[in-house]
Design a protein around this ligand. Sequence first.
Ligand code: FAD
Ligand code: MLT
Ligand code: ZN
Length: 433
Amino acid sequence: MNKFRGQTAAVLRPRSTEEVSAIMRYCHERKLAVTPQGGNTGLVGGSVPLHDELILSTSLMNQVYGIDAVARTLTCQAGCVLETLNAALAEHDLMMPLDLGAKGSCQIGGNISSNAGGLRFLRYGSLHGSVLGLKAVLPNGDVIDTMKGLRKDNTGYDLKQLFIGSEGTLGIITEVLMGVVQKPSAVNVAFLACPGYDQVQQTLVAAQKGLGEILSAFEFLDHEGMRCVNETVDVPNPFDSTAPFYVLVETHGSNSEHDYAKLEAFLENAMETGCVVDGVVAQDATQAAALWQVRERITEGLQHDGVVYKYDISLPVQHLYSLVEAMRPRVADLATRCVGFGHLGDGNLHLNITSPTASEELFAQIEPFVYEFTREHRGSISAEHGLGLMKARHIHYSQPAANVTLMRQLKGLLDPHGLLNPYKTVEENPLNV
Ligand code: FAD
Ligand code: MLT
Ligand code: ZN
């Protein structure tokens, strides 16, 4: 996002849990701060060292230990790239339960540390459910081991949950045991044009009813998002004319005839009721991938404008787009674009405002309005990207004071010297960035 600039004296690249533990013990004794770094694709500055933090990179921790096709589990080191894990699982007709546009670079340790949601969340759920075990090295070098891999284990507190979504502030994840899912033998992708946001919502309800258990993604973008990928990354609009909203619907199933029939019935109904004014269904995997490009390449496209003011908001679906509508007149000519897209099926809006260079005048129109709107509608200021550096000082918009106090107490207990990923997430005195 051209926003966060890091500096460090050294990058350490351990190969094992034991090496990470030795590094942390050394740093703990000498009070050296450490920033864990995976694929460095995070969008809130979490993996950026700010002052003199050492970078601990997991990039050499990329071994797959095993795939159990009966238990449907995968055991690996934290530095494995998401796409590489999917390639290994495909040989067993299995796949990872999460998918995201950064799959070619992001690592499973980074995904778990940021509790990434992504494009399949609607169907396969949160990492809080699909991570079955992990090893994490605490700031003092101790190793927490929850790698038994049992799906059911109620012996005391579920410690692995502490590290899922804690953005490298409580421990360094070194090994992972994932619950994985069946690779679908029948996949359909439809790209639809809708005349208004009401119709987008009705299409979601119709998809949930008509497609039921095979619905695997329900993503949306607005006309500004479409224009962005058309203009900046040369991804064409699948339709000849433009529409206010576009929806990508995907199904994952095991019976292509049955799934296709369901999709056709859903589409017929959506077009008859006027919720959908145009639609295209991919006829093969190449066409499906081309349709996904429209959605997945928005992030990259936005960067071409220069500076991106990026917000990742959870809101009740009925209020979700009103934030974009309220923002547009505020930023008006100060912005190059004001784009709304995201994981509609999860109530997750990505609001992005771009401009050629950083502008205080523009920024003043966006913040704190965006956070106040979110609080008023009982939303979350971080649906899936985390707080990192960017939003640490805004945590109170989405968490009551007592919750923040407990989070800081936990941080103090595990990391009394504040050595692991300082200035971020639940930091008491975060930087004003
Ligand atoms: P990094 O960026 O390296 O680190 C992320 C955070 O985790 C940092 O705070 C870091 O300190 C910490 N960390 C990293 N590894 C470890 C470890 N082993 N132990 C402890 N802490 C660690 N996110 C979504 O939720 N959904 C999306 O759909 C999505 N799509 C994206 C699309 C694109 C094109 C891009 C660029 C990003 C997208 N993201 C999305 C952001 C997402 O959070 C990251 O892509 C990914 O989960 C981070 O993984 P990483 O390995 O790059 O982690
Ligand atoms: C996405 O859903 O594409 C990602 O979360 C990336 C983004 O918000 O830019
Ligand atoms: Zn997203």
